[in-house]
Write a protein that binds this ligand. Structure first.
Ligand code: FE2
Length: 484
């Protein structure tokens, strides 16, 4: 019988495993869900099935779960399943966790040496008629979009040579193409990075590889209508570090930041590299090209936001290192080498950005993300940074203005999704899961994207606490039918 889970920040409180699979129909709705909202909201995250083999296991290690809110005719239902990875199947057969430190096969039980360690616990993506559960440590796992049953690892009909697929593909919603990359593409701690283009039908049409200057946690990248941008920040690792039994990543501020930029339909041989001091970043809101200028907008930090990484790396925490405005970096392709231009976009310090699908890869006006604002309450233990977000921000990057939505102390927010409206001139809707720390429950709030400060127009009441997700995706029913 499995023992208790360790009472560590990564595995207790709102980070404690939920370990349920369920189907909930006719969820209670306060307010009114707009009748035009019709689709499925898939969410992914880690939820350890068994207590970990190590007391110091981290948030990102958990077995992947996939959940779906289906919204139609003003009603909502919810379904949740574990993703049946090789790893979970092996653990179930043994009745305990056989896997060791985060992304470190040297620490696994001998019985599972060489087995597939992928947890498929980070990002759902819908493309080419397939729902994939992605984590950057292996291929994507195909999931049945209706039943949420696990179908199997997807290697694009055997065409993809990379051992990994990133957690943040980029879809051009005008052409229907999906752009993917993979780091450590050639194996554990390799400097190989793959870059592949998938056509609108889901067929892999090209794959190229290149080497980065050092192994880097390249969690996300940027694609514009003309270019692709590969940021290399100094979350790094090496085989000696792993053989010593550590979790995968360490933060090494002695390393520079590199940013590689190439034409998105070009050759990796055309990559131009920019170099600067150590920075950290995980999610890019958007990027666009303007002649020789290439812009990328994101939440930038000067350190690792994750306490276990900082502690393992011996790096002291200074709040000022993460208190940096939302930023635009601009690269001049005619002057590769040292440096780029940095322009603050919004003073709200946050992450988990969202943008309307129609604005991807283009010059744009409106972006959304969540942030922690001390004016809205003391930090609450939640998520991998141990500091839950309590504010939703809508920024207008053209005007340099922003508005916000908060529920005050006692609430933390998960990543929002944007739902497009079919009404001309309507900015659409935002939806996000809210953690209710006093009630020990979770709700979903739906807001008018243009007027988040007015508060929710609808609130879906959940009868159970939901596990903190990582990422989600909205799949409109029309898109599912191939009409969008
Ligand atoms: Fe991410």
């Amino acid at each position: 019988m499995p023992g208790p889970f360790p009472q560590t920040p990564d595995l207790s409180g709102f980070n404690a495993p939920v370990r349920i699979e369920c189907d909930l129909e006719e969820l209670i709705v306060e307010g009114e869900i707009p009748a035009e909202i019709d689709g499925s909201w898939y969410r992914l995250g880690p939820d350890p099935y068994f207590p970990p083999s190590r007391e110091d296991d981290i948030f990102f290690s958990g077995d992947g779960f996939v959940s779906r809110f289906q919204i139609r005719d003003g009603k909502a239902s919810y379904k949740r399943r574990y993703i049946q990875t090789d790893r979970l199947q092996n653990d179930k057969a043994a009745g305990r966790s056989l896997y060791g430190a985060y992304r470190n096969p040297f620490t696994d039980d001998p019985s599972v040496q060489g087995s597939i360690r992928g947890t498929a616990n980070t990002t759902p993506v819908f493309h080419g008629g397939k729902l994939l559960a992605l984590k950057e440590d292996y291929l994507g796992m195909e999931i049945d979009p209706d039943t949420l049953e696990t179908r199997g690892w997807w290697d694009f009909d055997g065409k993809l040579k990379s051992e990994t697929v990133c957690a943040h593909p980029r879809i051009d919603f005008d052409t229907g193409e999906m752009f993917i990359f993979g780091f450590e593409a050639g194996g554990l701690c390799s400097r190989d990075v793959s870059y592949a283009i998938i056509d609108k039908h889901g067929e892999l049409v090209s794959e190229q590889w290149f080497e980065v200057p050092y192994v880097s946690w390249m969690h996300d990248f940027v694609v514009t209508q003309e270019h692709v941008i590969f940021p290399v920040f100094p979350h790094t690792t090496d085989l000696d570090w792993l053989k010593a039994g550590n979790h995968h990543w360490k933060w090494d501020p002695s390393l520079p930041t590199y940013v590689g930029i190439m034409p998105r339909y070009g050759s990796v041989k055309e990559m131009r590299w920019f170099k600067g001091p150590a920075w950290s970043g995980f999610h890019f809101l958007n990027g666009f090209s303007d002649g020789n200028k290439v812009h990328m907008d994101f939440s930038v930090m000067r350190t690792s936001p994750f306490p276990p990484v900082r502690e393992a790396s011996g790096v002291p925490f200074d709040m000022a290192d993460i208190q940096i405005p939302y930023m635009r970096w601009t690269f001049d392709l005619s002057q590769p080498g040292e440096g780029w231009t940095e322009t603050p976009l919004c003073p709200a310090v946050g992450d988990f950005p969202r943008i309307a699908d129609k604005d991807h890869m283009k010059d744009y006006e409106i972006g959304y993300y969540i942030n922690y604002d001390p004016a809205n309450g003391e930090p609450l233990m939640c998520g991998p940074t141990y500091m839950g977000f309590n504010t939703l921000t809508r920024m207008n990057v053209k005007e340099g203005t922003h508005t916000s939505f908060t529920m005050g102390p006692g609430f933390t927010f998960n990543e929002p999704i944007h739902i497009a409206s079919k009404q001309p001139g309507h900015e659409g809707y935002l939806a996000m899961v809210v953690d209710l720390h006093e009630e020990w429950l979770s709700d979903v709030v739906i807001l008018e994207a243009a007027h988040i400060e007015r508060g929710p127009i609808a609130r879906i009441k959940m009868p159970k606490r939901l596990k903190n997700q990582i990422h989600g995706v909205w799949v409109d029913s029309a898109r599912r039918r191939g009409e969008l």
